[in-house]
Design a protein around this ligand. Structure first.
Ligand code: TA6
Length: 304
């Protein structure tokens, strides 16, 4: 499934969209638009690159990222679904759900009249996924590449009973130096501090980084920004259908332990994740669809 030659025949768009094997059995879509280029892996419908014309890459990808079937990728926009963090009942199940390590199929590829390119993927259910997630559901990930990158995760409950859904677009952003970058827009929000026993705290001022930072902000307002004085830009993050925002940088020790950040890898990235996590998980009624979307755009340089 998802062999490049078959994908090029069915979905290729000259000058806009082509498919290639990035590693054994690992097919990616290469997207080219007048505004930006992007790469999306068929495994996990995982955006691994987004580069607006004339800008440094917005999406960070570790130099040691692995591209192998069933292996999570360090960087890009991992889709955490249908739970966020450890599975509530079974520690054997993968952290952040299985969606990012299984094949998705491309349902539709479109070159839009305004020059953007839109790809719509659907997770391919298997016995293994049903063993972890017995609920009747369909999940699609819609990626639109243009002046901004838009990613929308749409989950439909196709069964007859409600289920609880946790999810995140676990996006890694490129920063010039995490020690000088800040995240604005979360001021006053409550958060669970995962590096302090999950204690509930309240954000004062912008988020600054000088140690391992792992926070689930609750009841967030759908707009925040990464101010980057080194790359002299701000990445604006707007979202809908999300009530939590996760901010994470592993810092030195944790990054080394994870083994796929590379030397000083933590200095060039920050995760700002559009999510429904912790007490903000969604209860989806039969027949309902929940859409969680994030838009990323490089805007004016930070003030001052
Ligand atoms: O979103 C932050 C987090 O939950 C961290 O606690 C850390 O585990 C990170 O996700 C990366 O998780 P991963 O499974 O991709 O290594």
């Amino acid at each position: 499934m998802n062999e490049p030659q078959d994908m090029n025949r069915r979905f290729g768009i000259p000058g806009c969209l082509s498919f290639e094997e990035m590693a054994d059995g690992f097919t990616v879509a290469r997207v080219t638009t007048p505004f930006a280029t992007a790469t999306v892996a068929l495994q996990g419908a995982h955006v691994t690159a987004y580069e607006p014309k004339g800008q440094a890459s917005v999406i960070w990808l570790s130099k040691l990222a692995k591209f192998a079937p069933g292996k999570s990728i360090r960087g890009g926009v991992p889709v955490c679904w249908p739970w966020f963090g450890p599975h509530a009942g079974n520690p054997q199940f993968p952290g952040h759900g299985f969606a990012r390590t299984v094949p998705w199929r491309l349902v539709e590829a479109k070159a839009l009249p305004d020059g953007r390119v839109r790809l719509e993927f659907e997770l391919v259910e298997t016995e293994a996924t049903r063993a972890q997630w017995p609920h009747a559901s369909v999940v699609r990930n819609i990626v639109t590449v243009g002046q901004e990158l838009e990613v929308e995760l749409a989950t439909t409950n196709t069964g007859s009973v409600p289920f609880q859904l946790g999810q995140a677009l676990h996006t890694y952003f490129t920063v010039g130096d995490i020690r000088r970058a800040t995240v604005a827009g979360l001021e006053g929000c409550e958060y669970l501090d995962k590096v302090d026993g999950g204690k509930r705290k309240r954000q004062e001022g912008p988020v600054v980084f000088s140690r391992e930072t792992d926070r689930i902000y609750l009841g967030t307002r759908g707009c925040c920004g990464i101010l980057d004085p080194v790359l002299d830009r701000t990445i604006l993050i707007t979202s809908t259908g999300s009530r939590s925002t996760v901010v994470w940088n592993p810092w030195i020790e944790k990054a080394e332990k994870m083994g796929d950040f590379g030397p000083d890898g933590h200095l060039g990235m920050v995760c700002v994740e559009t999510a429904n996590a912790a007490e903000d998980v969604i209860t989806l009624a039969p027949g309902a669809t929940h859409r969680m979307a994030a838009q990323y755009r490089v805007v004016a340089a930070p003030a001052g």
